[in-house]
Design a protein around this ligand. Structure first.
Ligand code: GLP
Length: 233
């Protein structure tokens, strides 16, 4: 894995944007995108750029079960606000957290991923080492599935909600097997709270206890870390 150390989230977002720009120049068309605070600076650079995404496809990692795309806390809403409303794509996919049949929605999402192989997958990392919403214990061969969120994740994400009880307990998440099929992966981690997970991902054993550790087995991963997130390396 290639490690790029930056001063802060702004510099990290700029680096990630530059990698995306280069890949677009070499033909990248399909982007696996992530939510959370981490990729926000990268999206700002994408929005401010003169890059045209109108022939590009995006496939997001995950969505909360039960939230509609119009809900302020939904990941569909996050993506519209941070990127899609400002930089139109040809097509954008986010799992439907309100699907009546969630299992069918998972299968449908896997079909979308199979039809649109991901050129670049953007990832953040949870404090417990999750990627997407693939929590510790998720098998590495999992495809899109309904996942129960751990207490650590609910605690980390409650800052976006009025109260902890409002955080959905379940989500739909692209699986680790699909993430690993992406041609290239860019993982960003900023802040001290990520330092332990970043160290375990890079230097620990490959184990489902720390889902991001599987990235050691992918041959084109760029990890962008700020000083705080790199402080335990
Ligand atoms: C969330 C998302 C992940 C994200 C991670 C970190 O729960 N499902 O895709 O990478 O947790 O979030 P943040 O970037 O806000 O620290």
């Amino acid at each position: 894995m290639k490690i790029i150390r930056v001063k802060n989230a702004d510099e990290g977002g700029k680096k990630a944007f530059e990698i995306i720009k280069e890949d677009i120049e070499s033909g990248a068309k399909t982007f696996g995108l992530a939510t959370g605070s981490t990729p926000e600076t990268m999206y700002s650079y994408m929005v401010a750029s003169d890059l045209d995404f109108s022939d590009k496809i995006s496939i997001n990692l995950d969505e909360y079960v039960g939230l509609s795309g119009e809900d302020d806390q939904s990941y569909r809403h996050f993506m519209n606000e941070h990127l899609f409303n400002k930089k139109p794509f040809k097509e954008t996919f986010v799992p439907n957290g309100q699907a009546e049949d969630l299992q069918a929605e998972c299968r449908h999402y896997d079909e979308i991923i199979a039809e649109n192989p991901i050129d670049i997958q953007v990832l953040g990392i949870g404090q417990n080492g999750h990627i997407g919403f693939n929590e510790p214990g998720t098998p590495f061969d999992a495809t899109t599935q309904v996942v129960g969120l751990t207490e650590s994740t609910i605690n980390a994400n409650k800052r976006y909600f009025e109260k902890a009880e409002d955080v959905p307990t379940h989500a739909l998440s692209m699986g680790i097997a699909s993430i690993m099929k992406s041609k290239k992966i860019i993982l960003m981690a900023f802040g001290e709270v990520k330092a332990a997970a970043v160290n375990a991902m890079l230097n620990g054993e490959v184990t489902t206890d720390l889902p991001a550790s599987i990235l050691q087995k992918h041959d084109d991963v760029v990890v962008i870390v700020d000083e705080a997130a790199a402080s335990k390396l």
